[in-house]
Write a protein of this length. Structure first.
Ligand SMILES: [Zn+2]
Length: 105
């Protein structure tokens, strides 16, 4: 088992997990529910982590993750702001999560 990815954002961690599984790499998410341990753990240590089961997959997993992150930030771009309620939405949403307003452009 080798840790290949860690992020404070669980959404990103689960996305990495799904992306690796889609490539046939066995992996699991650790620390997902560790947020309650704040105080004893530093914030970094309580971040959720993706672990690859087979050590031989670690190098390819890390390469996939860096490629995926580049693509994610390039394609998905920035968050957008709802014209109706001014709520910030993740770029993957087509409508505002709060009021259902349409994404501009
Ligand atoms: Zn809205």
């Amino acid at each position: 088992m080798i840790k290949v990815y860690s992020n404070s954002d669980r959404f990103m961690v689960w996305n990495v997990h799904a992306a690796l599984e889609a490539r046939g790499i066995e992996c699991s998410v650790q620390n997902c529910f560790a947020a309650g341990g704040v105080g004893e753990l530093s914030p970094f240590e309580s971040w959720p982590e993706v672990w690859v089961h087979d050590n031989e997959d670690a190098a390819i997993a890390k390469r996939l993750i860096s490629e995926w992150q580049e693509g994610f930030y390039k394609q998905e771009g920035k968050e957008w702001v709802c014209a109706n309620c001014k709520e910030e939405n993740h770029s993957s949403f087509d409508v505002c999560w709060k009021c259902g307003g349409e994404k501009p452009y």
